[in-house]
Design a protein around this ligand. Structure first.
Ligand code: GLC
Ligand code: MG
Length: 248
C-alpha cells in the first residue's frame, strides 16, 4: 500500500448513503494515518453551505477543501482562500459585467446570495430552456471578450466561472502543489460539474453508480480505461473504485 490523493465531490458522491460513508471514512482515516494519503473535497457549495453539510453529516476533516466549483481552495484550518489561485482566476474575469449581461434574462433565476461567490455567478435554469440558452449565452459572453465557462449540473444549476477555473483545474493546482503523481490521484463524482474532474485529465476517475445522466452520457461518449464506473452508489461506489484501482 502507498499514499494516494483522493479528490471527491460531496453531494450524492461521498454523501448520500450514511452507512457506506461510515465504512469508507474508517478506511480512509486509517489510510491517511498510516500512509499519509490526502483527502480533498471538491464541492459546488459555498464555504457556508459546505460547513452546514460537514456538521450535519460529521464529515472527516479534509486536508484541503475546494469550494464553489473549483474557484476557492482552502488549506486545512484556513478561512482564507488560496491567494495564488485567486490571482490566476482574476485574470480576464469581470464579475459585474457578467451580471449586467445575464441578470435580466428571463430564463435565469439567481441562486441564493450565499452561492454567489467572487469567481462564480450562479443561476437556476430549466433543462428545456438550457438547450437554447446556454449556447446563446456562450456566444454573447464571448462577443464581449469575457473569458468564462458555463457549467450546467443536475438539470438545474448554471454556473458561470472564469475560463481558468473548474473542478479539474483546481484539482491539478492542488495535486501539483502537493507534488503527487496523477497515477496516484483519483477523482470521484456524480454530476455535470464533475465532468471537469475527468475530461482530458491524467488522473484516475471514479463515477459513482447513482451518477446523473448528464455525466453518464459524457462518460459513454468519452471512454477512458482509467475511469471506473462503479455499480454501488455514493460512498459505496468510491470504495468499489478505490479497490478497483488498488488504492485500498
Ligand atoms: C452547489 C452550489 C450551487 C451550484 C451547484 C452546481 O449546489 O451550491 O451554487 O450551482 O452546486 O455546481
Ligand atoms: Mg454531486
Amino acid at each position: 500500500m502507498s499514499s494516494f490523493l483522493l479528490v471527491t465531490d460531496l453531494d450524492n458522491t461521498l454523501v448520500g448513503d450514511d452507512q457506506a460513508m461510515l465504512q469508507l471514512n474508517q478506511q480512509l482515516s486509517q489510510h491517511r494515518q498510516q500512509y499519509g494519503s490526502k483527502i480533498v473535497y471538491s464541492t459546488g457549495r459555498s464555504p457556508v453551505r459546505y460547513q452546514q453539510l460537514a456538521t450535519a453529516k460529521s464529515l472527516l476533516e479534509p486536508d484541503i477543501l475546494i469550494a464553489a466549483v473549483g474557484t476557492e481552495i482552502y488549506a486545512k484550518g484556513s478561512d482564507l482562500p488560496d491567494p495564488n489561485w485567486a490571482a490566476i482566476l482574476s485574470q480576464g474575469w469581470d464579475r459585474e459585467q457578467i451580471i449586467a449581461m445575464t441578470a435580466h434574462l428571463a430564463d435565469l433565476t439567481p441562486q441564493a446570495d450565499t452561492e454567489q461567490r467572487p469567481f462564480k455567478v450562479s443561476y437556476f435554469l430549466s433543462p428545456t430552456a438550457a438547450v437554447e440558452v446556454i449556447p446563446r449565452l456562450e456566444t454573447l459572453l464571448a462577443e464581449q471578450g469575457l473569458e468564462v465557462q458555463l457549467i450546467y449540473s443536475g438539470s438545474l444549476d448554471l454556473d458561470i466561472l472564469p475560463s481558468r477555473a473548474n473542478k479539474g483545474m483546481a484539482m491539478a493546482f492542488v495535486r501539483q502543489d502537493l507534488g503527487i503523481d496523477p497515477t496516484q490521484t483519483v477523482a470521484c463524482g456524480d454530476s455535470g460539474n464533475d465532468i471537469a474532474l475527468f475530461a482530458n485529465r491524467p488522473e484516475r476517475g471514479i463515477i459513482v453508480g447513482n451518477a446523473m445522466s448528464e455525466l453518464l452520457e459524457w462518460h459513454h461518449t468519452n471512454p477512458n480505461s482509467e475511469r471506473y464506473l462503479a455499480k454501488a452508489h455514493c460512498a459505496g461506489g468510491i470504495l468499489e473504485g478505490l479497490n478497483h484501482f488498488g488504492f485500498l
